[in-house]
Design a protein around this ligand. Sequence first.
Ligand SMILES: C[S@@+](CC[C@H](N)C(=O)[O-])C[C@H]1O[C@@H](n2cnc3c(N)ncnc32)[C@H](O)[C@@H]1O
Length: 279
Amino acid sequence: MTQSPEYHSVDFYPLRRWTGCLKARWRSANYGRMPQVSRSDVIAAAQMIYADAPFGARLLQSLRPYICPFESLLAHVPASASVLDVGCGAGLLLGLIAHFDPSARGYGFDTSVDAVAAARHMAKRTEFGTRLRFDTWSATMEWPQGSYDVVSMIDVLHHVPPAEHAAVIRTALSRIRPGGLLIYKDMADQPVWQASWNRLHDLLLAKQWVHYRSIRDVGQWVSGAGAESIAEGRIDIGPYAHEFLIAQTDATPLRSGAKPATTAEGTGSSPAQLNYEPI
Ligand SMILES: C[S@@+](CC[C@H](N)C(=O)[O-])C[C@H]1O[C@@H](n2cnc3c(N)ncnc32)[C@H](O)[C@@H]1O
């Protein structure tokens, strides 16, 4: 696709926004992207993908696109990409990517056994599911080996202990192929009323007191690891305030600044025991 992505968002840094738009136009003309999709396309696809899922997963995954701007994130995914989705939940992002792009492949991991079970169930019941794999794992443990065109992390960092944030971002960058993309989105910590709304949401649904991290910190870790932020922005959907950052790794292999964290969080065995095959 040669269509330029739409940035219907308010960027934080006016200068970066201007240069980011120019770069995005140049890049979209120079590499293929997934077909552009609208929010209603995403809503319809989510309903279809989880049509056979148990009631709870079907309900949550069908409602999620109403509050999370997946269509804006999908606009950055290159065509035929291999994607690692960190904190994949029930697999919605990878399901959407595989649904809209018949050549895309995805691997997702998440600490939640229930979420991974829902993701695997979704993969079993869809014709594109053979291109997806899911495991129970934590981003704060040593990551499975492999490198990807895209590593995505959608609304995950605020669930991770703050002391691990930098290492998780750097490890994500180290799993991206040279010239590939980090697609990062999380909830904004400002203004207070919107951050509090989301905090309440997470208290009710995840039963967790979340730890917001400013997008500036994430941007600094990204540039410190030698990657370049090519788009940043903010998207408000009702009371939900989203921030995103798209970064591209250098075309020469990244220096891996991160020692993968080894907190004894999550379940399961060592990465070798995951029997993981890079995709
Ligand atoms: C708000 S949900 C987002 C799920 C999915 N990314 C999406 O956008 O639909 C946050 C997810 O992060 C997962 N999570 C929290 N801490 C994690 C960690 N340390 N490693 C991997 N996943 C984690 C949770 O289990 C949950 O599924």
